[in-house]
Design a protein around this ligand. Structure first.
Ligand code: MGD
Ligand code: MGD
Ligand code: MO
Length: 787
């Protein structure tokens, strides 16, 4: 009975407050063992740490997966990727033992041989020692993807390989970091997320909370994405309680169809819309004068800018640029400014354009002048002690003076210094040219760049094969990138098999911390932390002397040595302490002074940091590089505006294509085309089409639908076909339906951020081929043995 007693959930920072979990982290039910998890990946997801109950039998095999009704935020709700976890864990194509292949056989799927971990480590070490001796540790690159548990913000580059070149390979780091940079420079804090009461014990009913009267979803669709840790269904929870919604999205979707106002702008024009909203709020006196006087710097300059005849933006001008009625822009600005409190969640669409930094700057200005920053129901900030979890871990120790050699640092310091990452496009150039120095040793960690992460994937493919003498990966499944370029494959543990942690919003603002202790284990698969520990101890043992066990390493890496993982993990999740208006009590600055952590101590509507970087300190609008307004001469050839990659429910990026249930939901790559456009071009619903522009082409299946307007085309991203031939040149059909063939590198903004993944031009035409997925083949290849 003792075991059944609820384990207390505690605030991690104080280890004091106790609330009731309902159940301990592990218990018995109907002859099965239930382990409660708060996992992150793999399969990939963004850090929400959804509550999961994993049922295992007497052989520790997972036999059932359910949502955990006691998780305060997810409350038993799960997405298809967690519900199908068994099909992921026990997928016949999953790789659960290390493998090796002779570098001369790269691209040949038949040439992999099973090996032991020791053998794999020997090969990695032999190559590392040889290559770094000749070319230095800076010749190593670690390719990373989005923030999965082992992803973006981990120590692989530092204490394992000791290289400054830790590289997220999406051009212009066009995900989250442009938003984070704008926030850091303007507010002096990490990306502020909407307050959905996730850390308050009584959630929406907590006395400390106020429900926002108005919520803007700006280029974000959290029901499918749960982007950056925002649990999407919380938005529905809030709407049910009366929150009104403004949706800024060129496409119609579930939330947009239920919004009070849907601003259906032309893709890529967000900064124009946001400036016009500032214009309305400022000129109509709808801002919070007292807040602006106390906490903002440069209001008069901002006012002058939005009213400037040349660089300013009236609602009428924005109406023309964005293609939305002027009255709607004015109505949205008034609705947001008059609501108290109000909040804005801004998504990936802001990052995926060269002018996105300015769009982000305007969105922050909107939050600031209406007094909605760090107030209940507004946009929350992390305090001075929180930051992107793990950025810079071990950097001093493992990289030290080599930091100055980081690829792209000289040209784009605002990018490289902020996130301690080599510049993506500069890395491509380095691999292509050998300048500033050769890149010879590679590792993938949470990245499948040829299918998903990178623009012009064939170019990355060729650069990697030309440049790297040795490359290895750690993953759950074979990917086209690994097939093409890796010499060693290490098997990765999946979510139910991990001792791991999840921090919402990457630990950057108030939320929930999740902890998981493995419910099961499969084959010889290891977690990222375990593999990092093993490889690090081998390659650079002197940096690892402090860690005798993996737990020592996790305690340092994830818990700053303040806690013991095994103790806190029993809590499954821990709600952070919530403190609003931290600017009033000195909790935002290292020196403890009131105000914000910026050079002026205020929110900088006029950014002194942008000025230092030689950029315009005030927001401005720039057309996407290729658009009906910027390049009208291209419209004959490429008449449509192309946006890509709106998140589907079934998949996380290039993952889950081998999970038959997920694939049933979305068997083929889908391109959305408006019925009138389709009619004009002779495209029938369900017909395959070719999509092309000046950079490349791909084939997808047309969905003729009103979700897009007549000028807009939306194409899914990250498509490959694991059921197909894996060897070169097919690589599981990797380049056939890959919309990134149409996306260029080297089209980022001034400070190095952003890329036009969501605002290009293209053309489309029907083709005769039928490339429909054979679902029987998918089921035959990938169904579990016990199915
Ligand atoms: N299921 C699933 N979830 C995911 C992912 C996944 O692959 N699958 N990926 C994760 C990752 S790494 C990220 S970054 C997040 C991203 O998640 P979100 O931030 O939600 O971004 P998207 O889903 O790419 O796009 C959101 C919306 O922006 C709209 N949009 C397109 N172009 C524009 C534009 O120019 N302006 C505006 N205002 N809107 C535009 C799209 O129509 C779409 O509805 O999702 C994460 N979550
Ligand atoms: N056209 C277009 N392209 C896009 C986007 C878009 O909107 N449009 N979105 C872009 C964005 S925002 C992003 S973030 C990138 C994402 O790009 P990536 O993050 O690189 O995503 P994937 O291609 O799915 O590759 C991730 C690989 O990591 C593995 N993996 C999953 N979890 C873990 C883990 O915990 N540890 C390790 N070691 N491996 C793991 C998966 O099995 C998979 O093979 O794609 C970008 N590409
Ligand atoms: Mo992302």
């Amino acid at each position: 009975m003792d075991e059944m007693k609820a384990a207390p959930a505690v605030k991690l920072d104080t280890l004091s407050d106790v609330n009731d979990l309902g159940k301990p982290w592990r218990y018995e039910e109907d002859g099965l063992t239930v382990t409660r998890l708060s996992p992150w990946s793999a399969p990939g997801c963004h850090p929400t740490g959804c509550g999961l109950k994993v049922y295992t039998d007497e052989n520790q095999k997972v036999v059932r997966v359910e949502g955990d009704e006691n998780h305060p935020v997810t409350q038993g709700r799960l997405c298809v990727r967690c519900i199908t976890l068994m099909d992921y864990l026990y997928n016949p194509s999953r790789i659960i033992h290390p493998m090796k292949r002779d570098p001369k056989d790269r691209g040949n799927a038949e040439k992999w041989e099973r090996c032991t971990w020791e053998e794999a480590l020997d090969i990695i070490q032999e190559n590392y020692d040889r290559i770094t001796k000749e070319f230095g540790r800076e010749s190593c690159v670690c390719f990373t993807g989005t923030g999965r548990e082992g992803g973006t913000f981990n120590p692989y580059g530092s204490v394992m390989l000791g290289t400054p070149n830790y590289c997220y390979t999406q051009s212009g780091y066009a995900c989250y970091i442009p938003r984070l940079a704008a926030s850091s420079y303007i507010i002096g804090a990490a990306y502020p997320e909407i307050d959905y009461a996730c850390a308050l014990p009584e959630r929406f009913d907590d006395p400390a909370y106020e429900l926002p009267e108005c919520l803007i979803m700006w280029g974000k669709m959290p029901l499918s994405s749960n982007g950056d840790g925002l649990f999407g269904h919380a938005v529905v929870d809030m709407m049910r309680r009366g929150t009104r919604l403004i949706m800024v999205d060129p496409r119609m979707n579930w939330l947009a169809s239920r919004a009070d106002i849907h601003l259906r702008l032309r893709a890529g024009t967000d900064a124009a819309l946001a400036m016009a909203m500032l214009n309305v709020i400022i000129n109509e006196g709808l801002y919070d004068q007292q807040y602006v006087d106390c906490w903002c710097y440069g209001f008069d300059e901002l006012k002058a800018r939005v009213n400037d005849p040349e660089k300013g933006m009236t609602p009428a001008k924005a109406a023309e640029v964005c293609g939305i009625p002027e009255e709607k822009i004015v109505a949205a600005a008034r609705m947001y400014a008059q609501a108290k409190p109000a909040s804005i969640s801004w998504g990936l669409a802001i990052d995926q354009k060269a002018n996105g930094m300015q769009a982000g700057q305007c969105i922050l200005d909107l939050m600031a002048i209406t007094g909605n920053i760090d107030v209940p129901g507004g946009n929350l900030l992390g305090d001075a002690t929180t930051g992107l979890n793990e950025v810079g871990f071990g950097f001093e120790k493992g990289v030290g003076d080599l930091a100055s050699k980081m690829v792209g640092l000289t040209e784009y310091p605002a990018y490289c210094n902020l996130i301690m990452n080599a510049h993506a496009d500069m890395m491509l150039k380095a691999m292509e040219t050998g300048e500033p120095y050769p890149i010879k040793f590679g590792m993938y960690c949470g990245n499948n760049l040829m299918s998903c992460t990178s623009a012009e994937p064939k170019r990355w493919h060729d650069a990697i094969l030309k440049s790297l003498e040795f490359c290895f990966t750690i993953d759950t499944f074979m990917t086209p990138s690994a097939q093409a370029s890796c010499d060693v494959f290490l098997p990765l543990a999946a979510s139910a098999e991990r001792d791991g942690t999840t921090f919402t919003h990457y630990g950057a603002s108030m939320g929930i911390k999740g902890f998981s202790q493995a419910a099961t284990r499969t084959g010889e698969a290891l977690t990222d932390a375990e593999a990092c520990f093993k490889i690090g101890k081998r390659l650079n043992p002197h940096w690892w002397e402090d860690y005798e066990t993996v737990d020592d390493f996790i305690n340092h890496l994830r818990l700053s040595k303040k806690f013991d993982f095994r103790d806190v993990a029993k809590n499954v999740y821990v709600q952070d302490e919530v403190l609003y208006r931290k600017n009033e009590c000195g909790r935002l600055r290292g020196d403890g002074k009131v105000g914000f952590n910026t050079p002026t101590g205020r929110i900088e509507l006029y950014s002194t940091i942008f000025q230092q970087f030689d950029d315009d300190p005030l927001p401005y609008y720039e057309e996407p590089q290729y658009s009906p307004a910027a390049t009208p001469e291209l419209l004959d050839e490429y008449p449509f505006v192309l946006t890509t990659g709106a998140r589907p429910y079934a998949f996380f990026h290039s993952e889950n294509r081998q999970i038959p249930f997920c694939r049933e939901l979305n068997p083929d790559p889908i391109v959305e085309i408006n019925p009138k456009t389709a009619k004009k071009l002779g495209i029938a619903n369900g017909q395959w089409v070719e999509l092309w522009n000046q950079f490349g082409s791909c084939k997808q299946k047309a969905k003729v639908t009103e979700t897009v307007d007549e000028q807009t085309i939306h194409a899914q991203h990250a498509w490959w076909f694991p059921e197909e031939e894996g060897s070169e040149p097919n690589l599981c059909g990797n380049f056939r339906s890959n919309v990134n063939n149409l996306v260029p590198n080297f089209h980022f903004g001034k400070l190095g951020f952003g890329a036009p993944f969501k605002c290009l031009l293209c053309n489309v035409k029907p083709i005769d081929e039928c490339l429909d997925t054979d679902m029987d083949l998918v089921w035959n290849k990938f169904k579990r043995e016990d199915q």
